[in-house]
Structure formats: structure tokens, C-alpha cells
Design a protein around this ligand. Sequence first.
Ligand code: COA
Length: 168
Amino acid sequence: MKSAIYPGSFDPLTYGHINIINRGRKIFDRVVVAVAGNMSKNTTFTIDERADIIRELFRGVKGVEVVSFRGLLVNYMSRRGIRTILRGLRTFSDFEYEFQMAMGNKKLAQEVETLFMITEGEYSYISSSIIKEIVALGGSARGMVPPLVEKQLRGKLRVERAAVRRGR
Ligand code: COA
């Protein structure tokens, strides 16, 4: 079975990510969507919340598995016997970061290959942070994230705002 891992923070998952997962499914028998835990990023959703949202959205979809992992990606891949990383490239500015990661992973595990897919034009401007900002400021993220993600995000931001008010 040909498998690829699609790692990311997915805080939250966007239609841009979904685009890569669905195109990946046409090439690989299985795309393992891997939600990363211990990152320098301060995430809005916990690792379990991020994975649960993706699981819900891909429930019953053949060829997609959703997992979460902590520690080095290559170590997780080695435990699972997966050798291919799938990543999306949005704009030229993504390249440098992606290049460093691909080379870093290669240095850590020679057998690992990273494959890049160009994110389709209409999604190339989307990022999780932009979506969080839009929703936090009362805008609509329709067409950028699935309705479930927008709903969860609104709920999360409401709780955060309430906590800030209580702390005042
Ligand atoms: N469409 C829309 N947005 C996309 C996208 C796409 N196809 N691909 C990426 N993005 C956005 C994300 O929304 C995210 O936006 P944000 O910065 O506003 O949150 C940004 O691009 C980058 O996110 P992502 O692709 O999820 O990468 P990341 O930097 O959050 O995650 C890991 C990188 C998790 C893959 C990497 O840190 C990792 O492997 N960590 C494990 C530890 C490890 O092994 N480290 C050594 C690596 S050499």
C-alpha cells in the first residue's frame, strides 16, 4: 500500500489543506493526516481538538487516516513504516521554509522523501492565522474553511474573549 504522510499544525484545517489531501488521495492509497503536537506555535485548538475536527470532516472517506504525533516527524514515520511526506506549496515565500524542512528531514532520515504539490490558486492566499483573524474580527470565513471549522472557531474565540474579560 502506497502511503504518504501530510503533517501540519492544522490550527485549524482550511480548504487549502483539504485540497492537498484530496489531490494526495488520487496519488496515494492512503494519506495519513498527521497533526503535530509540540511546536513553537501557540495554537488556538488543542492537538486533540484539531485532530477531532479533521476526523469528523473525513469520516467515511476512504484513504484518509487522521493521527496526532509529538516529537520528530521522521521518528513517527519510521514507527509507521511511511517514507513519503506530502506538503503543499502556496507561494514563493513558502519555499525557503519548506526547503529547510525537507532538507532537515532528509538529514535525519535518508530514506524519507518530501513531495510538494502546488496549492491551487484560489487557496494560495489562505492561512490558518488569516482565518482566525477574520473570524475574531467578526468576518465570515465562508469558502475558506468548512462550516464545521468556522463554527468551532467562533465557539473557541468566544470562550477566549470571555476569559480575557474575566481577567480584566
Ligand atoms: N492551504 C492553506 N494553508 C496552508 C496550506 C495549504 N495547502 N499549507 C500550509 N498552510 C498554512 C497553514 O494554515 C499555516 O498557517 P499559519 O502559520 O497561519 O498557522 C502555515 O501555512 C504553515 O502551516 P503548516 O503547513 O501546518 O506547517 P507548520 O509550520 O504549522 O507545521 C510541521 C510544520 C508540523 C510539519 C513541522 O513543524 C514538523 O514536522 N514538526 C514536527 C517536529 C519535527 O520533526 N521537526 C523537524 C523538522 S525538520
